[in-house]
Design a binder for this molecule. Structure first.
Ligand SMILES: Nc1nc2c(ncn2[C@@H]2O[C@H](COP(=O)(O)OP(=O)(O)OP(=O)(O)O)[C@@H](O)[C@H]2O)c(=O)[nH]1
Length: 362
């Protein structure tokens, strides 16, 4: 029985995961793809973007609303995979985009559990990196336990492949510097790939079989027993995955219950949606969002807004804000902006949007 290969795409907020996926869908016409998109925030923007791009003809998109896909209380992951397995004749490969605030290890663990391992096989885990932000030191820890730096590092450490994205305009020295930083943060990374404009060759991305061992049914991710140089075995009451290494912690063993704490969301990370029914002017909105991103602890803003002659598509990563007018026949709907940050204030964002755009937000 052929298992369905699964590729995980992880990476910090705004690194370019959805853009990369969109490009992969477009260039993988010979593979039938199922895409699971998992976002932090109650409104799904990424699934809409993938569908909107009109490139999803050969791919089916599933939005998974729980920002922590496959974590302890996620009720959607298993049923979704069961549905996909039931339709396996129509699916060649599954791609899962984790939220920018999740670790991929929860999915990796679930895939290797007894209920899924006979049917699915992890192909590879890719971590997408916003290279200019990496080079600017935005992921260097500001303080001990800095939430951005520590999540970024754990995401890299969980991956097989790091994809350096947004590299247009970077010279060789900058790329070597980025590679050295990645290797310093995650020495066990197997490959580093360069994505020009969020484009990767599908041959370097899908069908890599990085987690298969010839001649055996399947192997578990990172069991202590197979860590290089370690002659350890999982304890008798542990499943093999219980002993694995987390970024920065080194190899260690612990039970599944203790394991959970690594996957719990830091409550400081918050997402909220602001909306407006009034038409927005692209330039005014862009300037307003730049000003807001500079004074509020927001790391990501994305969504849509109505405008005269069409609708605006808004994408902001920190204070880099992109507002694009899309053609008039896309349906106009109330503006919905998903804002994600570390202890951001919704009332302050609304107050500033009202003031800076001259329109009413709530
Ligand atoms: N210049 C440039 N911009 C890029 C590239 N890749 C993505 N972007 C832009 O970066 C922004 C975020 O891209 P997304 O693909 O939505 O990022 P993401 O990682 O899916 O974001 P979250 O799901 O919110 O974590 C968008 O404005 C993209 O157009 C790239 O290679 N070069």
């Amino acid at each position: 029985m052929n298992r369905i290969p699964v590729t995980l795409i992880t990476g910090f907020l705004g690194a370019g995961k959805t853009t990369l996926l969109s490009n992969l869908i477009r260039t993988s016409r010979n593979r039938r793809l199922a895409i699971l998109v998992n976002e932090f925030g109650e409104v799904s923007i990424d699934g809409a973007l993938l569908r909107d791009d009109g490139r999803s003809a050969d791919a089916e998109i599933h939005d998974l609303p729980n920002g922590l896909i496959a974590y302890g209380d996620d009720q959607d992951f298993l049923p979704t995979l069961q549905v996909l397995w039931a339709r396996r004749e129509q699916i060649d490969h599954i791609l899962i985009e984790t939220s920018g605030l999740a670790l991929p290890t929860a999915v990796m663990e679930r895939l290797q559990g007894d209920d899924l391992a006979p049917y699915f096989v992890l192909d590879a885990t890719l971590a997408v990196v916003d290279t200019p932000l990496l080079l600017a030191g935005d992921f260097d820890p500001a303080t001990d336990g800095d939430p951005v730096a520590s999540l970024f590092r754990q995401q890299l450490a969980s991956a097989d492949i790091v994809v350096l994205n947004k590299i247009g305009g970077l010279d060789d020295d900058a790329l070597l510097d980025a590679e050295a930083r990645v290797r310093g943060l995650a020495p066990a990374i197997r490959f580093i790939e360069l994505a020009h404009d969020a484009r990767l060759d599908t041959r370097l991305t899908l069908g890599l079989h990085l987690h298969e061992v010839a001649g055996s049914g399947h192997r578990h991710y990172g069991p202590v027993a197979t860590l290089p140089g370690l002659n350890l075995r999982p304890l008798s009451d542990q499943r093999p995955l219980d002993g694995h290494s987390h970024g920065g912690l080194g190899a260690h063993s612990h039970g599944l219950a203790t394991h959970r704490h690594f996957h719990e969301q830091d409550p400081g990370w918050q997402s909220f949606t602001v909306s407006s029914t009034e038409a927005q002017d692209a330039d005014t909105l862009r300037r307003a969002l730049i000003a807001i991103a500079r004074c509020e602890p927001l790391l990501r803003i994305k969504g849509f807004a109505p405008a005269t002659g069409g609708r605006l598509r808004i994408q902001a990563v920190r204070s880099r804000v992109d507002v694009q007018l899309q053609d008039a026949d896309t349906p106009v709907r109330p503006a919905q902006l998903v804002c994600i940050g570390y202890h951001p204030s919704r009332p302050r964002v609304i107050e500033q949007l009202n003031e800076l755009t001259g329109t009413r937000w709530r």
